[in-house]
Design a protein around this ligand. Sequence first.
Ligand SMILES: C[S@@+](CC[C@H](N)C(=O)[O-])C[C@H]1O[C@@H](n2cnc3c(N)ncnc32)[C@H](O)[C@@H]1O
Length: 199
Amino acid sequence: MRAFILRARAAPTDSQALLAEVGGDAHTEILAHSLMNAIFVAQSHRDDVIVYLVLESTKDYSRTITFTSAEMQNIGGFHEQALLKKVAAALDASVGFGKEMSRQVEPGIHVETISFEKKIQQLAETYQLYMMDKKGGSIREQSFSGDVCFILTDHIPMPKKSFNSLKRLGTEKISLGPKMLFASQCVVLIHNELDICGL
Ligand SMILES: C[S@@+](CC[C@H](N)C(=O)[O-])C[C@H]1O[C@@H](n2cnc3c(N)ncnc32)[C@H](O)[C@@H]1O
């Protein structure tokens, strides 16, 4: 299984604010672009992908929205508006949630009030974690096997404290090259590397 977790520190957990921030300072379009590149290929979709979007600009709890490609139905298209509508619906389904509550929104889409740190701890039990970092070791020198999970952020960098806990969980830092890319561009390149190495 290939998993991607996008820590979107600027993304609002209020659905209307999320939609209003497309092209705004929070750059919520990043969520749609990353989902699109993680799940879809021309005329089809990948069925071995899980995407975790962690939205952290909140008055109560972070929301982690999980998209399991093999289970998704009625996606309604791969354009920004369709994908953000799914994210907004998941946020609406979690209004009033207490800490660490969860709900299935529709087949393949799940929302929970869980922090990035807690979700990563869970993922570390089954996945080898990779932090995407321009200064890490080259992805081309990495050999991948089993279940792999790639960690990305929005335009707000990961806090230092998180790097230390990721290190304790055996996370490796890997680079896609010298240019600073969008998270959604990283997703395409990661898929391509895994496709070529046959994982
Ligand atoms: C727009 S970048 C984040 C920029 C952020 N201001 C920073 O300094 O980390 C979005 C995500 O893509 C990752 N990324 C961007 N370029 C990369 C590269 N060349 N190799 C590996 N990861 C990269 C970043 O680490 C980050 O998780």
